[in-house]
Each structure stands twice: as C-alpha cells, then as structure tokens.
Design a protein. Structure first.
Length: 361
C-alpha cells in the first residue's frame, strides 16, 4: 500500500503538526529526534482492511508508520508531549506539540481510533467464529454425502442418474469447500498475527524487565540522592547555625566597638575635666586666702546676727506687751460702749417721753 493518500486505499481522518521523536534503541531511555522541524502527522483509515494507521512523512522519508491496535495506549508525559509504544515496529514514538490544546485533540482522536480498532477486531473474530462453524458443519455433512454415495452408487452414477437435489447438494458442497479454504487462510493469517503478537509480547516483556531493572537502578540512585540530600540539609543547617553564631559574634563585636568608642569619648571628657581640675588647683592658694577673708566676714556677720537676734527677742517682748495692752484697751472700750449704749437708750426713752408730753399739751 502506498503511503501517499492519492495512491492509497486509505483516507486521512485527522491531521496535525508536531515534532517527531523515537526512543533510543540502545538505551531505551533517551529520545532521538526523527524530524528536524514540525511535520504533518495524520490518522489514516483503510476501509478495505478496516484498520487505522498513524503516518508521518518528512520529505521522502517515512518517520511514522504505526498501525493502531486496541492494546496501544497514548500517554501524556507533559503539557505538550505525548508518547505511545508500537510493538510491531519495536519502538516508542513521541510527539512534541506547540500547544496543550493540540496534544489534547490528538489524544482524544487516538482514543477514538483505538475504540474503533477494538470494534473492528471484535467483528473480525465474530466472522472467524462464523466461518469456523460453517467449516465444522461442512465436515459433518461430508460423511453423510459419502454415505449417500455409497448407498446410491458412485458420483458418476449419481451425476448420470441424480436429479435437481443432487445438483443443489453439489453446489452447497462447493460453497462449503470455498468457505473452508477461506477459513484455513484466515486461520493461517491469525496464526501469523498471533506469532507476531507473541514476539511483540516477548519484546515488551524484555523491555519491561529492562525498565524494571532501570527502575531499581533509579530507585537506588534516588535513595542515594535522598541520603545525599539529607546530608546536604544537615550541612546546610550546620552552616546556618555557624552563620548565626558568626552574626551574633559580629553583633557582639559591633556592640563592643560602640562601647569602646563611648569609653574613648568618656576618657576624653575625663581628661578635659582633669585638665580643668589642674587649672583650678593652681588657684587654690588664692581661694584659701579668699576663704579666710570670707571666714572673718562670716564671723562678723554671725556676731551681727546674734545682736540682731537679741534685738528681735526684745522686740517680740515689746510686741507681746503691746498686744496685752491692746487687749486691755479693747476690753475697756467695750465696757465704755456698753455703758454708752445704755445711756443712749435712756436718752431715747426720755425723748419719747418728752414727745408724748408735747402731744398731750
């Protein structure tokens, strides 16, 4: 079958563009680019064989020719990359898309085609079962015809003496023979397919064993990396503690530096005070003489103060005596005012009596 659609029985049902990769056959781990740039990747449907294929051509080179079977699975390994394994081609194909939307559409189409391939396989198995049943029926009918020929005569005799029923039986036998031949060819075909599937299963088993071994290897490396990571974390924690200690020491040094500057400033202040005290010490004799004169003045002032205190005591005595005299005067004045008030009352009564006499006259 030609891979170019105009000369093929296949028709494209979905087309997209992607970067094509294949798994490295030697390592089974690394990806090898199959195209230098994004190429066309298409789904094709063969109506004669009722099969589906993914085909991609880069110039004159076929880089993908993968028949889709129901056992295949398309896996998204990232937002823009997907892969599937082809046991017949003994490789794994990978596609890198320019957007996540293209990858999603391709994966959905892969699932649809896979379901269609599964349905086609089920239909073909039903046809095989039907043809095998027909062949068994033909096998069961052949002895009866043999018995009929032995009873009724040879085939030549039956041909010369048989009627329309014998011709009908002969045509039925021919049809059954053709069906048996077709079923035999289908059995051989399916035996070939089964052998291919067994070989692909063996390859997949070996690949699975290799992947299991590689998984164990990667697990060991992961554990080693994990232990190394723990050691690095412990070292980082130790270094962080050391950095914290260093920062604390730096803070202590800064505090000591500030304290040293403060002490130097205080020392300078003390030196200035000492210098002033020295200057003041030079004038101490003059101050002593002044102090003696001040002491003499103080003694004279104390003597004057004593005299003044005596005068104050005398004045206080005189004040007490004057207060006593004022008290006596106040008492006498009060008595005089009381007598005066009595006299005034008497004069008032006398005046009222005179007024009354004047009115009576």
């Amino acid at each position: 079958i030609s891979l170019v659609p105009p000369y093929s029985r296949e028709q494209p049902i979905f087309t997209t563009r992607a970067h094509v990769f294949q798994i490295d056959p030697s390592t089974k781990k690394n990806w090898v680019p199959a195209s230098k740039q994004a190429v066309t990747v298409s789904y094709f449907y063969d109506s004669t064989r009722n099969s589906y294929r993914i085909i991609s051509v880069d110039g004159a080179k076929v880089i993908i020719n993968s028949t889709i079977t129901p056992n295949m699975t398309f896996t998204k390994t990232s937002q823009k990359f997907g892969q599937w394994a082809d046991s017949r081609a003994n490789t794994v194909f990978g596609l890198g898309f320019s957007s996540e939307q293209q990858l999603t559409k391709f994966a959905e189409k892969f699932q649809e085609v896979k379901e269609a391939a599964k349905l086609a396989r089920d239909r073909s198995q039903e046809k095989i079962e039907t043809s095998s049943n027909h062949s068994q029926e033909s096998g069961r009918e052949t002895p009866s015809s043999t018995r009929a020929s032995s009873v009724n005569g040879t085939d030549d005799e039956k041909a010369s003496h048989g009627g329309p029923a014998d011709a009908h039986l002969k045509s039925e036998n021919d049809k059954l023979k053709i069906a048996l031949a077709q079923s035999s060819s289908n059995v051989k075909k399916w035996e070939t397919e089964l052998q291919t599937l067994r070989e692909s299963n063996a390859r997949l088993t070996s690949a699975l064993q290799e992947s299991a071994a590689s998984i164990e290897h990667w697990k060991k490396q992961f554990l080693a990396c994990k232990e190394e990571n723990e050691e690095l974390r412990n070292k980082i924690e130790e270094l962080e503690e050391q950095c914290n200690e260093i920062n604390k020491e730096k803070e202590r040094n800064a505090q000591l530096s500030r304290r040293l500057q403060e002490l130097e400033t205080e020392l300078q202040d003390k030196e200035l005070e000492l210098e002033e005290l020295r200057k003041q010490g030079e004038i101490i004799p003059q101050l002593m003489s002044e102090c003696e004169s001040v002491s003499q003045k103080l003694q004279a002032a104390e003597k004057k103060n004593k005299d003044l205190e005596e005068k104050v005591v005398t004045l206080r005595t005189e004040v007490e005596e004057s207060k006593h005299r004022q008290t006596n005067l106040k008492t006498e004045l009060k008595n005089f005012l009381d007598v005066l008030d009595g006299k005034i009352d008497e004069l008032h009564d006398f005046r009222q009596g005179l007024s009354k006499l004047g009115v009576d006259n």
